[in-house]
Design a protein around this ligand. Structure first.
Ligand SMILES: [Zn+2]
Length: 635
């Protein structure tokens, strides 16, 4: 059933899943907007890509509402069937229902994540509780669940294919995990919780985006830029102009990753680094209208209450029971194995940085805003390697050619750029991807650059998932990044980490493109969340291989291939700073677990602040960083 993704609005890596199931025939011409709304029409575009040139932000909300009605009518038809429940008339019928809604959701959430405007933001807020209610109307529909249960109970005698048996299991499990077995009172409460959570999580993401965009650091003295790469200096100058600063020479730095990270790496101005660092760490924690503390507290409380309704100790136990990790104990078992060695390593690294800072004549403890700056200095001293020297070898199109070249070498894939297909932003690139034998595999959209309308991080999603019920439906996938945009004087030059991110996200894209199943809801990245990173890790590991680097890392001006000695330095420094990197994301993992192992008896009314949760965890003897703000985004 293609309804899971409907409520999966925003996560660090959004991997929505769905497709183009046969659209229901024109529903009883109810919505007047249907006649002129491209989101509800059949698309005669090449490869069936969304007609982004005709879709206006105003089209989404009426399309959602009409598609929800269509889906509800299809569900009614399934429950009204006088015939006894069978796999075909119930499980498969359910799977094939909601095609239009699936299409609207996939396109909308992709656009709202990568190129939002006031209308899409408002639409997301409005539609979140409506989708949550629609989902509950299906999964708490008693007549429907009875039919699902009837089929499920005969499963051993139905002679289903392995994929059909899996779909039946998943469908049954989805109903049970959504409260189908609860009594009426519990179900009524569940509906309220789901609606409120949908609204809150939407609000949470909007607040982070607002606070990210509202902050700026204005620099007027060139000395404060230090050794910042020229391409990024130009980007900061353009940002100052874009924001209307009327100065001869000035630069604006923002909380977008391509802006904040290099400034923290290169600016010798400690006070400014602190301002930017605090700006980032304090997003949505400034006691203003965009503050998320009360929202976090409320969401944690609601999740705990919902897990109790479902018969689990806490939200973590509930969520993990449907993933490979299975239990919070297993999660802590893995985290705890890694934590101590990583922390020891991070302390060794910190000592090096502290020494470097003292050599600079600064008499203070190394702070968060010093870490990246002195890391670059130590990297240069130890490995004679700096980010700035690498970027010219990682022009964005060169890295793309490396990623594609690797896919050609490994699987024979062919990529053909198309400039005639509609896009949601002019900077996007669109490719037809073909198998070695020339047959069509997928359409791939690439959206590289950071901008205020895009949320942070990097992710993949499917505008159309693969399926094969009434003919093979090929996937349409997108990769989204926050790379530095090109400027007048310079193309987009990536850091080593950016380049790794490119390979990583392309692994997710491959997962979507190589999908070969019958049912959309089992396609591509619709796997347990803790499996989904497997293909991306495989691709990421290819990036530093010398033969792969030699395929693409040519200097953007001279065309000179990356020298062997630079490749050697990259590999020699591969484990450099990994104590910090590991501790940084593990702290976020511990904090995430800390919120979600709280049970419904915790004093949420007094929770109020993030601090409280961290305190609670320390009392429980769990490890958290000594820094209060350990939350990091990781794409
Ligand atoms: Zn990933």
């Amino acid at each position: 059933m293609k309804i899971n993704h409907l409520v999966a609005a925003s996560a660090a890596v959004l991997l929505v899943a769905c497709s183009e199931a046969p659209a229901p025939e024109a529903e009883e011409a109810a919505q007047p907007v249907a006649a002129s709304n491209p989101m509800l029409e059949d698309w005669d575009t090449p490869f069936g890509v969304p007609p982004f040139d005709r879709i206006e932000s105003e089209h989404y909300l009426p399309a959602f509402r009409a598609a929800i009605e269509m889906h509800a009518a299809e569900i009614d038809a399934i429950t009204a069937n006088a015939e006894a429940p069978t796999f075909d008339n119930t499980i498969e019928a359910l799977e094939l229902s909601g095609g239009k809604l699936s299409r609207v959701s996939r396109v909308f959430f992709a656009v709202d994540g990568a190129n939002s405007d006031d209308v899409t933001k408002e639409t997301a807020k409005t539609v979140a509780p409506e989708l949550a209610a629609h989902r509950d109307n299906i999964l708490l529909n008693k007549a429907l669940f009875e039919r699902v249960l009837a089929v499920y109970e005969q499963r051993d005698s139905l002679e289903l294919s392995p994929e059909q048996a899996h779909l039946l299991d998943e469908t049954h499990k989805q109903f049970v995990r959504s409260g189908a077995n609860l009594d009426d009172d519990a179900q009524a409460r569940l509906r309220e919780i789901n609606a409120e959570l949908a609204e809150l999580s939407q609000q949470f993401g909007d607040n982070v985006l607002e606070e990210t965009n509202n902050f700026e650091l204005l620099v007027t003295d060139k000395a404060d830029l230090g050794d910042l790469p020229a391409s990024l200096v130009a980007l900061a100058a353009e940002e100052a102009k874009r924001r209307g600063h009327d100065c001869e020479e000035c630069w604006v730095f923002t909380l977008q990753r391509p802006s904040i990270n290099p400034f923290l790496q290169y600016s010798p101005n400690r006070e400014m680094r602190k301002q930017l660092f605090d700006g980032y760490a304090m997003r949505a924690d400034n006691d203003n209208e965009f503050d998320n503390k009360a929202i976090i507290s409320r969401m944690v409380a609601l999740r705990a209450e919902r897990s109790a309704l479902m018969g689990y100790d806490n939200h973590a136990a509930f969520v993990l029971s449907d993933n490979m990790a299975e239990t919070p104990d297993n999660v802590y078992g893995l985290l705890d194995q890694v934590w101590q060695p990583a922390l020891e390593r991070a302390k060794v690294e910190r000592a090096d940085l502290q020494a470097m800072m003292e050599a600079d004549g600064i008499d203070d403890r190394l702070r968060g805003w010093d870490w990246r700056y002195y890391t670059e200095k130590v990297r240069k001293a130890k490995y004679d390697l700096d980010d700035d020297a690498l970027r010219p070898y990682f022009e964005v199109n060169a890295v793309r050619d490396g990623v594609f070249g690797l896919a050609t070498a490994l699987w024979g894939l062919q990529f053909e750029e198309r400039d005639d297909l509609p896009k949601w932003h002019p900077d996007q690139q669109v490719f037809v991807v073909k198998e070695a034998d020339g047959s069509h595999l997928a359409i791939l959209y690439m959206d590289y650059f950071s901008r205020p309308s895009k949320r942070g991080g990097a992710w993949m999603n499917a505008l159309r998932a693969q399926s094969n019920v009434d003919g093979f439906v090929t996937p349409i996938v997108t990769n989204n990044f926050n790379f530095p945009a090109p400027t007048e004087g310079s193309p987009s030059l990536l850091s080593l980490t950016n380049a790794e991110t490119f390979f990583h996200e392309f692994g997710h894209a491959l997962h979507g493109m190589f999908s070969n199943v019958r049912y959309e809801s089992l396609a591509g990245t619709s796997t347990p969340r803790d499996f989904v990173e497997f293909p991306s890790q495989v691709m990421e590991n290819w990036m530093r291989q010398p033969e792969v680097l030699r395929m693409f890392a040519n200097h953007y001006q001279t065309g000179e291939p990356i020298p062997q000695e630079v490749i050697d330095k990259i590999n020699a420094s591969a484990t450099f700073n990994q104590g910090f990197a590991t501790v940084e994301y593990m702290a976020a993992s511990y904090l995430d677990m800390a919120y979600h192992v709280l049970d419904s008896t915790a004093r949420f009314d007094r929770l109020g602040r993030v601090q409280y949760v961290v305190g609670h965890v320390e009392v429980a003897g769990r490890h958290v960083l000594d820094r209060r703000k350990a939350l990091v985004e990781r794409g």
